[in-house]
Design a protein around this ligand. Structure first.
Ligand SMILES: Nc1ncnc2c1ncn2[C@@H]1O[C@H](COP(=O)(O)OP(=O)(O)OP(=O)(O)O)[C@@H](O)[C@H]1O
Ligand SMILES: CC(C)(CO)[C@@H](O)C(=O)[O-]
Ligand code: BAL
Length: 282
């Protein structure tokens, strides 16, 4: 696996692959790799001839400076974790390869960015949309792989790729969980031992609320009950707990069609997110 830091070096490689008629897959990440990321790498390996993993902690998507400062930076161990997967390139762009002097362009997606994380992390999705557009163009990818754990992000990326006529097709991959149900996330590393023990209730509460909604229980009652259970379990703030249509994420007052229940909540000073499908039964 080559580690590449300059977009001109990356272009030399992708041109060579293209001349040989090979397809390219990309897995964009911010590093601190875990089994969730590696599932995206496996999906890419099974579907494209060449695979690029990108590692860039994108300052423009952090609305909170402390969150950016605390974000883990573990390039060496990330490279070791990728070694068994026969990835072609780990692209770790130098910051000026993404944001050169005078950089003045923002990709801003309307609609799907307006609620959920868009409402509680102002500017976040402009930062994501801008960097993802650049990474898809720089890697010249045919397919790009994103996790459903960041469900709203996945829909934002699908929208920008369609709207900007990018050739890259966006592939969504299922959320990988710890054995106790907690969605894997780099931010889980920041939970203290007690918080790590109680964190899996987030998924339990989400799952039981989704089942109740699927059976037709009143949405307000179900969501109020879930919020109370989160607070009782030690979650200090619930940024949102919303039932939305799947996949366009407009708010739903009842599970009358395919839906998603999406949650962001704080535990031990760490913001955790998760989501589950809500399928009306009967
Ligand atoms: N548990 C998971 N299952 C599947 N995909 C995941 C999982 N966690 C992250 N991903 C995906 O990996 C890609 C890179 O995500 P990222 O590097 O932000 O990791 P992360 O663990 O989500 O970190 P954090 O949420 O703390 O920023 C995204 O497409 C994201 O959806
Ligand atoms: C897609 C992404 C790599 C863009 O910085 C990031 O938002 C992430 O890791 O999910
Ligand atoms: N995992 C999505 C990137 C972020 O939280 O900033």
């Amino acid at each position: 696996m080559k580690i590449v830091r300059q977009k001109s070096d990356l272009r030399d490689l992708t041109h060579t692959w293209r001349r040989a008629g090979e397809t390219i897959g990309v897995v964009p990440t911010m590093g601190a790799l875990h089994a969730g990321h590696l599932s995206l790498v496996e999906a890419a390996k099974s579907r494209t001839d060449r695979v690029i993993v990108t590692l860039f902690v994108n300052p423009r998507q952090f609305n909170n400076p402390e969150d950016l400062a605390k974000y883990p930076r573990t390039e060496d161990s990330d490279a070791e974790k990728l070694a068994p997967f026969d990835v072609d390139v780990l692209y770790v762009p130098d910051p000026d390869q993404i944001y050169p002097d005078g950089f003045a362009t923002t990709i801003s997606v309307a609609g799907v960015t307006e609620g959920l994380c868009g409402a509680t992390r102002p500017g976040h999705f402009d930062g994501v949309a801008t960097v993802v557009t650049k990474l898809l163009l720089q890697t010249d990818a045919d397919l790009a792989f994103f996790g459903e754990k960041d469900f709203q992000q996945l829909q934002v990326v699908r929208r920008l790729a369609a709207d900007l006529d990018l050739k890259t097709r966006i592939v969504g991959c299922p959320t990988v969980r710890e054995e106790d149900g907690l969605a894997m996330s780099s931010r889980n590393l920041r939970l203290g031992p007690d918080a790590r023990d109680s964190a899996p209730v987030l998924h339990d509460i989400l799952q039981s609320a989704a089942e109740a909604l699927s059976r037709g229980a009143p949405t307000t009652d179900v969501l109020d009950d879930a919020r109370s259970r989160l607070v009782a379990a030690g979650f200090t703030d619930v940024d949102y707990l919303d039932l939305c249509s799947d996949p366009d994420l407009t708010p739903m007052s009842a599970a009358t069609g395919p839906g998603r229940l999406l949650l962001a909540a704080w535990l031990d000073g760490v913001r955790l997110i998760d989501n589950v499908a809500v399928q009306p039964t009967g």
